[in-house]
Design a protein around this ligand. Structure first.
Ligand code: ADP
Ligand code: MG
Length: 265
């Protein structure tokens, strides 16, 4: 099945009231964010998408693919499962070396040139993480940032899933701006659950959730895009300071002012 779009039809919040956002569509190439306080129901919404909910989850939402609901007994060809979910808590149980893991996945997915696709996947992952991943490293020895970066690269390149759901990946220390830049080159649907203003403002639109209920759909306007650019500069200063601290440097106000000057050009 070729996915062109999915539709999310609102159900009911925790209080049993109908959701204010009663439907929205995600088309190939869309990047959206889901925002709201902890416990408000963000993960629940992406789980509904992952399950292709059809009035059979607590929220009673319905997800359509190309305007059609998915029958409950429908099972996707495992080689072509359309959804990849990368969650905050995904950890590898396998202690296979990275290269072996990717090789197995590429083989299952029926890739033509296994070596090429492994190299591409590692290259993509290494643009997201500051600590290079090497093929020989055991999966269980990867850091949080390396794990998330590898999972994203694997879902995008080897899995070739048209819909990729990312649940609060920002805490894992991956290069977020780079990730969004790279992801924009792929015609897929990306759904980010996030507290990160940079990711939210670089999305096409965001869904605001409160008490289990989709309250608002906010499209990112020009003014917000400009604000995102400014925010990036401030964030870069913070990241720069993080690396200085990690490298054992001593910080002073002079250094702070200097880096604000050089980074905020
Ligand atoms: N629409 C809803 N109807 C009923 N329960 C909901 C709904 N949305 C969320 N919940 C429940 O609220 C709790 C917190 O939701 P969760 O998705 O984990 O929040 P978040 O990811 O924003 O921290 C979960 O137990 C979930 O089942
Ligand atoms: Mg959550």
């Amino acid at each position: 099945m070729e996915i062109e779009k999915i539709t999310i039809i609102g159900g009911y919040g925790k209080d049993g009231e109908k959701e204010k956002v009663d439907r929205f569509e995600l088309k190939m190439g869309d990047i959206i964010s889901i925002v709201g306080p902890t416990g408000c129901g963000k993960t629940t919404l992406i789980n509904d998408i992952e399950l292709f909910a059809n009035n059979n989850t607590p929220s009673r939402r319905v997800i359509l693919i190309n305007d059609q609901p998915i029958p409950e007994d429908f099972s996707f060809d495992p080689k072509k499962h359309p959804i990849a979910l990368i969650s905050q808590h995904t950890n590898f149980l396998s202690d296979l070396p990275v290269g072996e893991f990717l090789k197995i996945h590429a083989t299952v997915r029926g890739a033509d040139d296994i070596e090429l696709i492994i190299a591409e996947t590692l290259d993509f992952a290494n643009q997201l993480t500051g600590e290079a991943i090497i093929r020989e490293t055991a999966m269980t020895e990867l850091s949080g940032g390396q794990t998330r970066s590898l999972l994203i690269a694997d879902a995008v390149i080897i899995g070739n899933s048209p819909i990729i759901l990312l649940d609060e990946i920002e805490n894992a220390g991956i290069n977020r701006t780079k990730a969004l830049e790279l992801l924009k080159n792929y015609k897929k649907i990306f759904v980010f659950v996030t507290h990160d203003p940079r990711i939210a403002l670089l999305s096409d639109f965001r869904i605001v959730i409160k008490a289990g209920s989709m309250q608002k759909l906010i499209s990112t306007n020009q003014e917000e895009r400009l604000a995102a650019g400014e925010l990036k500069k401030i964030d870069d200063v913070v990241l720069h300071f993080r690396s200085l601290i990690r490298a054992g440097e001593v910080i002073s106000e002079v250094i702070l002012n200097e880096s604000i000057k050089t980074l905020k050009v």
